[in-house]
Design a protein. Structure first.
Length: 69
């Protein structure tokens, strides 16, 4: 069974490369070339960092340990 921590750990690298993938897709197709000036790659890294910070703030390992005990 997949738990929430597994999903979060899988989402971090997906978010990190999402900006690079979008930038590559925009560059390869040539559509919306105005987006090529946008910093799409750092946006993916920022989203991954935001997810990590959100999980650290909203979840407490100590709280979960107390619930399981």
């Amino acid at each position: 069974m997949v738990d929430r921590p597994d999903v979060v750990l899988a989402a971090i690298p997906l978010l990190a490369v999402s900006g690079v993938v979008v930038r590559t897709a925009v560059g390869a197709t040539g559509v919306a070339s105005g987006l090529l000036a946008a910093p799409l790659a750092p946006i993916g890294y920022a989203a991954a960092l935001a997810l990590i910070c959100w999980e650290v703030i909203t979840t407490s390992a100590a709280g979960r340990a107390r619930e399981r005990a």
